[in-house]
Each structure stands twice: as structure tokens, then as C-alpha cells.
Design a protein around this ligand. Structure first.
Ligand code: HEC
Length: 94
């Protein structure tokens, strides 16, 4: 009896710990509303001048910006959604 009870408590404890981790990790990956609400121009200003001067939107054609976006997404470690917003901004201002 004693063993069974402690086993039950252990299992319960492990379940609670696991659930807590899951909440932290799953929610940790979801972008906050504040980030999701950012516009292309904001994301561009915040992400695209960390390593070099931000090239002006008129520097490249819309097609070239698509390619630049693909390359710089991996460098800037931004999401697909953020990259799309930035590239859309660069193409429309062009
Ligand atoms: C982690 C550093 C880093 C970040 C952040 C970054 N870049 Fe770059 N970028 C580079 C490096 C290094 C090069 C040159 C080598 C290459 O082309 O891969 C470059 C080259 C470029 C070029 C080509 C410039 C030319 O005259 O040929 C453009 C355009 C550019 N980046 C745009 C962007 C945009 C837009 C963003 C934001 C989404 C961005 N970069 C974010 C590192 C970065």
C-alpha cells in the first residue's frame, strides 16, 4: 500500500511538472501580440540595421527584395511572417 501511494504521488508530481513545462515552452514559442502587431517598417527598422546600414527600399527591385528577404531571414533570425511584412514594405515603398 505504502509503495503504491508514493508511486501515485510521484506520477502526479511528474504530470504536473510536465504540464508546467509544456505551458512555458508552447507559449514561449508563440509570438506575443505586441510582436505580431508590428508593421513591416517597424520590423525593418529593428532588424535590418543590426549588422549593416539599412539599404534604402529603392536600392533593389521588388524581385530582388524577395531574394534579399530569403537570405536575410536566416541571418536576422526572424520568422517567415516578419520577413514577409518587411519585404512587402520594401516592395511597396519602392
Ligand atoms: C546577422 C546580421 C544581419 C542581419 C540582421 C541582416 N543582414 Fe543583411 N547582410 C548581412 C551580411 C553579412 C551581408 C553580406 C553578405 C551576404 O550577402 O550574405 C548582408 C547583405 C545584405 C544586402 C546586400 C547588400 C548589397 O549591397 O549587396 C541587403 C540588401 C541586406 N543585407 C538587407 C537586409 C535586410 C532587409 C535585413 C532585415 C530583414 C537584413 N539585411 C538583416 C548581415 C545581416
Amino acid at each position: 500500500m505504502k509503495i503504491k501511494r508514493s508511486h501515485y504521488i510521484l506520477t502526479l508530481g511528474a504530470t504536473i511538472v510536465f504540464a508546467a513545462f509544456e505551458i512555458v515552452f508552447v507559449q514561449g514559442c508563440a509570438p506575443t501580440n505586441a510582436v505580431a502587431a508590428k508593421t513591416g517598417v517597424q520590423l525593418w527598422g529593428e532588424n535590418c540595421q543590426r549588422c549593416h546600414n539599412t539599404p534604402s527600399p529603392s536600392t533593389f527591385s521588388p524581385e530582388q527584395w524577395e531574394t534579399v528577404g530569403m537570405h536575410m531571414q536566416t541571418r536576422a533570425l526572424i520568422t517567415q511572417d516578419e520577413k514577409n511584412k518587411i519585404v512587402d514594405f520594401l516592395k511597396t515603398v519602392h
